[in-house]
Design a binder for this molecule. Sequence first.
Ligand SMILES: Nc1ncnc2c1ncn2[C@@H]1O[C@H](COP(=O)(O)OP(=O)(O)O)[C@@H](O)[C@H]1O
Ligand SMILES: C[C@@](O)(CCOP(=O)(O)O)CC(=O)O
Ligand SMILES: [Mg+2]
Length: 384
Amino acid sequence: MEVTARAPGKIILAGEHAVVHGYTAVASSIDLYTVFSIRLRSDDDTVKLKLNDIGLDFSWSVRRIKEVLSHLGSPFSSTPTSCSLETIKSLATLVDEQSFPETKIGLASGVYAFLWLYTSILGFKPATVTVSSELPVGAGLGSSAAYCVSLSAALLALSDSVKLDVSQKGWSMFNESEAELVNKWAFEGEKIIHGKPSGVDNSVSTFGNVIKFKSGVMTRVNSNMPLRMLITNTKVGRDTKALVANVSARKSRHPDAMCSVLNAIEAISDEWSTIIQSHAVDDLYLSANEEKLRELMEMNQGLLLSIGVSHASIENVLQTSMKYKLASKLTGAGGGGCVLTLLPTHISGEVIDKLVEELGSFGFQSFTAGIGGKGVQISFDHSS
Ligand SMILES: Nc1ncnc2c1ncn2[C@@H]1O[C@H](COP(=O)(O)OP(=O)(O)O)[C@@H](O)[C@H]1O
Ligand SMILES: C[C@@](O)(CCOP(=O)(O)O)CC(=O)O
Ligand SMILES: [Mg+2]
């Protein structure tokens, strides 16, 4: 039997970075998924990991994994546990032995997260594990969270911790307490990749839809507004962990100024959630709300620039969309990656095409994605 789990990426509508410091963010799932498939093996004693998006394959013998992690005793745990620094070092040994290419070393933390979640949830069972994603990796659309959520979901489906109906056909959902367990394990994985994640990305990937998130607490937001965003990938590589650390360093250098900025970002998130929950009584009301969101995006972006997470490529997208009277803001950690441009309902397809073409002339790639769909899902294939 093969177990497959898929988890969506996300856009942060308002409040990235601020949310790491306990201020509110509003985020939505998007219909681009990361998919993990796991097939347990009985023919040999290896754990094989195929990372299709980055073209890397790994193979560890169970004996070697046991040997390297022997200081942990038995890593099986029914409750989500954090990976210690000492254990990360041991996991790095396992990865180094497979001669990880120097040019892709930034991706190694994802493999550490894999090894931690795998051995913690499933123990030392041989298997073939494959991951592939529709999300750009490291571009602000929450690929790290979708990776950790789909991996945790597939592992838990094979463990004794959750009891799923494996005879179900097609995609099925976890119940609330199972989803909560998936989310908690995924957060432990995100910690390995991000250092200090807020938890907003794994929560929206697990539960889907639109959420408000503050100090580790998620609230579901009932969006009643048709939201359309153009997502532009600047293709400038960046690393969430480094950007989050830079913001924290700036906060300790300028605590009062940063506190004011983060408070202002929180006010923007709160207003976002109020606006999208309101019911438009007519077209006039809808365009007035769209205009408010446009201004909130402009303000949020200005504040993100002030905390040091914008980038020349992001500013280029802002300037270009401004020519079409459209507002944009970075999404995720910034420093490159993806930018959101709000597409109001009245805008014509022709204008969008022209904007996409102009953005394309800089080497950027723009696309739209469905906003606010389901969270993590699981499916079982008995044919193999
Ligand atoms: N499909 C994938 N295959 C391998 N690693 C992945 C994949 N998706 C995410 N990752 C891991 O997540 C990291 C990117 O996370 P991050 O810097 O937070 O960017 P984002 O979450 O915005 O895409 C990568 O360096 C890698 O370790
Ligand atoms: C910057 C931050 O708010 C979002 C990071 O998103 P991403 O990994 O860049 O997709 C960090 C966090 O909330 O953990
Ligand atoms: Mg991430």
